[in-house]
Design a protein around this ligand. Structure first.
Ligand code: NOJ
Ligand code: CA
Length: 514
């Protein structure tokens, strides 16, 4: 499989384009705004960008409801502006992934408008339809009674997001098409055309939305894996350097499907939330990381000890990290994220501790996610430097708290989270044993106890990471350390005596032990 080398030490920055930087005063972020801030992202140390969907859309789900895959949403700029963004990213030796949403479109997409017609046409089989309005696809919601076509159309997420038809792994009913039928084949071909279009303009690959959802009734994922292999074969021929990262959450499956990396999801069985977002998060100092580690290792083994699962600081779908974890404990979170295998993903604003904005009314299908999608806070000027628009016109209301963090102040304060993140990134980039592909071995993790300790290792180096976000000094047994060289430390010093390692309260340490 082709493998872009830049992924191996990539550190991603996720940009939610609506909320990053507005340059024309309409209250919504835009491509020019992102271009303006590329130097900021580069200076932080990030090497790559994942940008949420930026295609034409009625924005019923913030752009995850695409109306035209070939056209940039006018509110962000034109296709030419987007191409300029790709070029500006590359000028800085960085890379950018677009967000591909292959599982569904908006009901406003022209394919869907044709598909709802009772007369057979090119798009009749583009979506999953039952034969009769009186039959609903089981297990999924559906769109019914919306046109003269006699059938119910399966939905993939919100009810304005009809499911594109990639076929059923084992068709059981007359209306369930096989993956090899003409309709599903045409859908896949078109999605590959979409990918080719943007790769041709210069994007470096895709983060793929709900990548595991495409083939239906496909419990073990075999049909969907085979589908993505076809995509990879196509990419290998035409765009061998294209990078693919999946929102799937099962790296054994997605890696087989030709993805380079998968995401650790905040839903499903990952136990991601045990660490950061639950009643007692491990990194808040009174929680448990053991179930997370067990699951992580299970995936690690299943994906042939390739830790290619990316751990995000947050994203546009979950509460801001700062809602549960702040201060030095947030710094410890980053010392975890930046010492784990896979590529770390930093959600815009998490590097300055941006907060979840409480009490907002839903914007564009955000619902409880809206509070994590507020405008980036750059400085002390109007609207924190995000936009010159009047308050009412801002895409999502700003965090109005007086002490809201911003980039300018974070840069001026040597003790800020921003500087800690930057420091951690610099150290990670100096040691390949801390990067994506090096091995990981957990040397100490225990139910409801601290610290969490693991060794990252490759042919060059062996690095012990010890994280203690709890308020107590803790010790654990580990025979592998005698002499060590400190690479990073937050809080008090780590000490080793007679095979016992002691680490003070609220501290983190990375030490080279070989
Ligand atoms: C996952 C995306 O991250 C989320 O924002 C979106 O609403 C759903 N997929 C549906 O596309
Ligand atoms: Ca704008």
């Amino acid at each position: 499989m082709n493998h872009p080398a830049w992924l191996d030490n990539a550190i991603f920055y996720e940009i939610y384009p609506q909320s990053f930087k507005d340059t024309n005063g309409d209250g919504i972020g835009d491509f020019n705004g992102i271009i303006e801030k590329l130097d900021y992202i580069k200076e932080l140390g990030c090497t790559a960008i994942w940008m949420n969907p930026c295609f034409d859309s009625p924005f019923g789900d913030a752009g995850y409801d695409v109306a035209d895959y070939y056209k940039a949403a006018p509110r962000y700029g034109t296709n030419d502006d987007l191409k300029r963004l790709f070029d500006e990213v590359h000028k800085r030796d960085m890379h950018i992934l677009l967000d591909l949403v292959p599982g569904h479109t908006s009901t406003e997409h022209k394919w869907f408008k044709e598909s709802v017609k009772p007369e057979r046409n090119e798009f009749t089989d583009r979506y999953v339809w039952t034969d009769s309005i009186w039959e609903e696809p089981t297990g999924y919601g559906s769109l019914r009674g919306i046109s003269d076509r006699d059938g119910s159309c399966m939905v993939n997420f919100f009810s304005h997001q009809p499911a594109l038809n990639y076929g059923f792994y084992k068709p059981e009913k007359s209306w369930q098409q096989a993956v090899t039928d003409e309709g599903p084949k045409a859908t896949l071909q078109e999605m590959m055309n979409v990918m080719a279009f943007w790769l041709g303009l210069g994007c470096d690959g895709f983060r793929v939305d709900m990548a595991g959802s495409l083939v239906k009734n496909d419990e073990d994922g075999k049909g969907t894996i085979a589908l993505w292999r076809q995509v990879r074969d196509f990419l290998n021929q035409k765009f061998p350097d294209a990078a693919m990262v999946s929102e799937w959450g099962e790296p054994d499956k997605s890696l087989q499907g030709g993805f380079h990396m998968d995401f650790l999801l905040h839903f499903g069985p990952s136990h991601y939330n045990d660490l950061f977002r639950c009643e007692h998060p491990f990194f808040a100092g009174d929680g448990d990381a053991s179930a997370f580690v067990a699951k992580y290792l299970e995936n690690y083994e299943k994906s042939e000890r390739k830790g290619l699962i990316c751990i995000p600081s947050g994203n546009h779908d979950m509460d801001r990290l700062a809602r549960t974890i702040t201060g030095d404990k947030a710094k410890i979170v980053f010392s975890f994220l930046l010492s784990m295998p896979g590529a770390p993903f930093i959600y815009y604003g998490d590097e300055i501790g941006m907060r979840y904005v409480e009490g907002l009314t839903s914007v564009e299908g955000g619902y409880s996610r809206t509070g994590s999608r507020s405008p980036m806070q750059w400085d002390d000027s109007v609207n924190a430097g995000f936009s010159s628009a009047s308050k009412e016109k801002l895409y999502v209301p700003m965090d109005e708290s007086e002490d809201r963090p911003n980039v300018k102040r974070a840069m001026e304060d040597p003790d800020s989270l921003y500087h800690e993140v930057k420091k951690l990134i610099t150290i990670r980039q100096q040691h390949s044993a801390l990067q994506s592909l090096a091995d990981i071995r957990f040397v100490w993790v225990k139910e409801n106890a601290y610290p969490l300790a693991y060794i990252r290792e490759n042919a060059e180096e062996k690095i012990l990471v010890v994280l203690n976000p709890s308020d107590k000094e803790v010790a654990f047994k580990c025979d592998e350390v005698s002499a060590f060289e400190e690479l990073y430390r937050l809080g008090g010093e780590l000490t080793v005596q007679d095979g016992m390692i002691t680490i003070p309260a609220v501290s983190a340490c990375w030490v080279s032990i070989k």
